[in-house]
Design a protein around this ligand. Structure first.
Ligand code: TXA
Ligand code: MG
Length: 310
């Protein structure tokens, strides 16, 4: 307990000095910086090698703090009350008087915001005088980090501090819903869109393709382990690692299970670390069996499809 508090203090010290710090969230680790400071924001883009036109998500402790920066609406309040803190990101209209650095949104007047659930991250946010911009803590187009050691693999000593919060509970990024107009899903994620539709009592359109200029980060190649990956495979080639979700009678050396019991939540939690592990073991190609396309399975399939564009 004491060490958690002193770690949070350490993270705050670096952030106050406008350095970037990696933070744990319930979805994936973030590379965080003061959202009001262009110095912090520019160093996030530099460290990630991220194009400046790909906007960042800003993380808040609660709705009161958000109101200083964004206009809220009825759909937002319904979803906030039901799911926050949790794995959902909202795109809202930015207020003129907001102090958010214009580099966060590439001068756009719409801001993506999120209220993360991880207790350590929440404690940190509560103690800060500013919200935190935080993209996933990985080099652009690569696999996101789901534990502190992944972040170190991605950035080495280039970042000042990693606030360790253990392994991420969900393991894939938040679901993004644009609420600036008619609600639209911009990214599949940790929260099932059926649950969002249930709260809003209507069907929501989904625009997650690369032509979508609204979320430029949804590029075709993304979430890549850095080696070729194919999906919906029935039988792997001899030199391929084979990623499975259903238990087979016979397990060969190159078989890797996302989940032992065909559990999709478990599979999502293990997805990125398993792909990382396979790459580290020296495989040059990955084959993945068909993953059921329901619930968080839709998010897994979205990530695999993008990873396969290598
Ligand atoms: O779970 C998550 O959302 C993680 C954790 C760290 O919070 N963050 C994350 O951030 O996944 P990032 O930067 O890796 O992905 C954010 C996505 C990008 O595709 C970006 O283009 C989109 O959100 N985005 C950010 N701001 C936006 C905006 N104003 N309008 C539309 N899309 C936006
Ligand atoms: Mg990312």
């Amino acid at each position: 307990m004491k060490s958690i508090q002193s770690n949070i203090k350490k993270a705050k010290k670096y952030l106050d000095k406008k350095h970037c710090v990696a933070v744990p969230t319930e979805t994936v680790y973030g590379l965080a910086g003061n959202a009001y400071s262009y110095i912090s924001i520019k160093s996030i883009f530099r460290l990630k090698k991220r194009p400046l036109n790909n906007p960042l998500i800003v993380h808040y402790y609660n709705i009161n703090r958000l109101k200083e920066d964004c206009y809220i609406n009825d759909n937002f309040i319904k979803l906030y009350n039901k799911f926050c803190p949790g794995p959902i990101t909202f795109v809202l209209k930015l207020k003129k008087e907001s102090k958010i650095s214009k580099f966060v949104t590439n001068k756009n007047k719409r801001l993506a915001v999120r209220f993360p659930k991880h207790p350590i991250f929440r404690k940190l946010l509560k103690n800060l005088e500013y919200p935190l911009a935080a993209p996933s803590a990985n080099i652009s187009t690569r696999l996101s980090s789901v534990q502190a050691s992944d972040v170190k693999e991605e950035f080495g000593s280039k970042i000042k501090y990693v606030l360790n919060g253990g392994k991420c509970q969900i393991g894939v990024e938040s679901t993004i819903v644009d609420l600036t107009n008619k609600p639209t899903i911009l990214r599949f994620g940790g929260l099932d869109i059926l649950k969002i539709e249930k709260v809003l009592k209507k069907k929501i359109s989904i625009i997650t393709n690369s032509k979508n200029k609204i979320a430029p980060g949804q590029f075709p190649l993304h979430y890549s382990p850095g080696i070729p990956l194919r999906t919906n495979v029935k039988k792997p080639k001899v030199n391929e690692a084979f990623v499975l979700i259903k238990k087979r009678k016979i397990t060969l050396k190159n078989y890797y299970y996302l989940s032992k019991k065909n559990n999709l939540k478990q599979a999502a939690k293990n997805l990125y670390s398993l792909l990382r592990k396979i790459k580290k073991e020296g495989y040059k190609m990955i084959a993945v069996e068909k993953i059921p396309n329901n619930g968080i399975g839709k998010t897994i399939n979205d990530r695999l499809k993008r990873a396969s564009k290598y």
